[in-house]
Write a protein that binds this ligand. Structure first.
Ligand code: ZN
Length: 105
């Protein structure tokens, strides 16, 4: 599957772009997320409770990010800088992509 096909298949972000620059950033984030595992990142689900999931996303250099899906208070979030700046990040989208790929294979 090419990165482009992966992006087209992805259950994408619900983040509304603030402006054209934000839209461009969101597109880049989605593009990177589509091939994160191919770049050596590991995505591991660490917890699942009442629909809420916690994932550990580890960069090849060992840096770890925590992605939480379906948190009853905050929705989805990631503890990385991109998520706080843009409301989206490649880690969260890569987890969604992985789940989507596993559900459709
Ligand atoms: Zn992140």
């Amino acid at each position: 599957m090419t990165a482009l096909n992966a992006i087209l298949d992805l259950p994408l972000s619900t983040v509304e772009p603030r402006d054209v620059y934000h839209a461009r950033t969101l597109a880049r984030i989605a593009e990177r997320a589509a091939c994160l595992e191919e770049q050596g990142y590991t995505l591991t689900q660490t917890e699942s409770l009442a629909g809420m999931e916690t994932w550990s996303v580890v960069k090849p250099d060992g840096t770890e990010y925590a992605v939480v899906l379906n948190c009853p208070f905050d929705g989805d979030y990631c503890d990385c800088l991109a998520f706080s700046n843009y409301g989206e990040c490649k880690h969260r989208l890569a987890v969604l992509f992985k789940k989507h790929r596993e559900a459709t294979n």
